[in-house]
Ligand binder design. Structure first.
Ligand code: SF4
Length: 361
């Protein structure tokens, strides 16, 4: 199956801004001093399941002892294991040495630059192959690990279960479509850097994120709920009554709190609760407007129904035209604006879907 990037995702601007950030902010790491494929390979194997700070001294020591494929291939296994001691997951280093021996024997000590060859080496999976091919050889290959799956799930608002192999295949396809020509290695490293430094598993630092403007999950305020790591329950349905409340040809909107779902975004007023018939729904909305905004309003008639699904919730929204009767001063988070002015406010997609139902003023 062929997956395409969402239309609203700006590929060019995203890649440009990400690389600009990476060029100016990238960490000075010992494996970045050059693009020697062997050096890249060793660093990628060491970094599996191990933090960067822990890896640094091990990496420098290992490269000093075994500076080339040949040195590693010819070293006694005890020496290699000794240099790895403390890093754990020893099968990694055993596979690394076995693969170095194969590279020495079959390719004359030169790490292969063809995907079909490099992938046959022991311990080199799709991620490591992509990292070596792109960083050392500038091949436009994706390097998708858990970090990149998290970043892409958020950037493109993907709700696929990342524990399933199909999600990795999909994300690899999508990353491939974003890799800029001639900068595959930097681009893959920039994505990894973004995942490590900014788009962290818990509490991503969206306000300082270099690709804030392009991020579709952030736009919806659901970035902290992604990636979907399986065991997902179906989205919980929530019935909402939404008010298009008019006063002097202006409509009431308000800004959501800075925390929680759709934080800081502008929306039309909503009331949540069980209401079975039209009369109950109208009553619920009128009470909600009074309680939240101190506004007395007449709920006139329904303008239509709109549905929006988040990863964990499904909003079933019934939209009502309402007429202002009376009211106190609005809370600071709320205001009346003309329908033309709505474009100046950031609305989530869930409420963008309501805009076509608005009456012409
Ligand atoms: S805006 Fe936030 S969620 Fe989106 S990529 Fe940046 S840090 Fe991650």
């Amino acid at each position: 199956m062929k997956y395409s990037l969402p239309e609203e995702f700006h590929v060019f601007g995203f890649a440009r801004d990400l690389l600009e950030w990476y060029d100016s902010q990238k960490r000075d790491l010992p494996w970045r001093i050059n693009r020697d494929p062997y050096r890249v390979w060793v660093s990628e194997i060491m970094l599996q399941q191990t933090r960067v700070e822990t890896v640094k001294p091990y990496y420098m020591n290992f490269m000093e002892k075994f500076p080339t494929v040949r040195a590693l291939a010819e070293a006694p296994e005890e020496d290699v294991l000794k240099a790895w001691e403390g890093l754990g997951y020893y099968s990694r280093v055993r596979n690394l040495q076995a693969a170095a021996r194969e590279v020495q024997a079959r390719y004359g000590g030169v790490v292969p630059d063809k995907p079909e060859e490099i992938r046959t080496l022991k311990g080199i999976g799709p991620y490591t192959a992509g990292a070596i091919l792109s960083i050392a050889y500038e091949k436009p290959e994706p390097a998708v690990d858990g970090n990149v799956m998290r970043v892409f799930s958020r950037l493109l608002y993907l709700t696929d279960d990342i524990a399933k192999p199909a999600a990795r295949i999909k994300i690899e396809q999508l990353v491939r479509q974003v890799i800029p020509e001639g900068r595959a290695g930097d681009f893959n490293q920039a994505l990894m850097e973004l995942g490590a430094m900014v788009c962290t598993p818990r509490s991503p630092h969206c306000l300082t994120c270099p690709v804030f403007d392009y991020c579709l999950a952030r736009r919806e305020g659901v970035q902290e709920e992604l990636p979907n790591k399986g065991k997902a329950k179906p989205p919980r349905p929530v019935d909402l009554q939404v008010a298009v409340l008019l006063r002097d040809r202006q409509v009431l909107i308000h800004k959501r709190p800075e925390q929680g779902l759709l934080a800081g975004m502008w929306v039309f007023p909503m009331a949540e609760g069980d209401a079975w018939g039209e009369a109950d729904q109208k009553e619920l909305l009128a009470q909600g407007l009074l309680a939240q905004f101190g506004v007395e309003a007449e709920v006139l008639h329904s303008l239509g129904e709109v549905q929006h699904t988040f990863s964990h919730l499904q909003w079933n929204m019934r939209v009502w035209l309402c007429d202002w009767i009376d009211g106190q001063e609005l809370p600071p988070s709320a205001r009346f604006v003309s329908i033309e002015q709505l474009d100046e406010y950031t609305f989530p997609v869930a409420h963008h879907k309501i805009r076509p139902l608005l009456p012409r003023t």
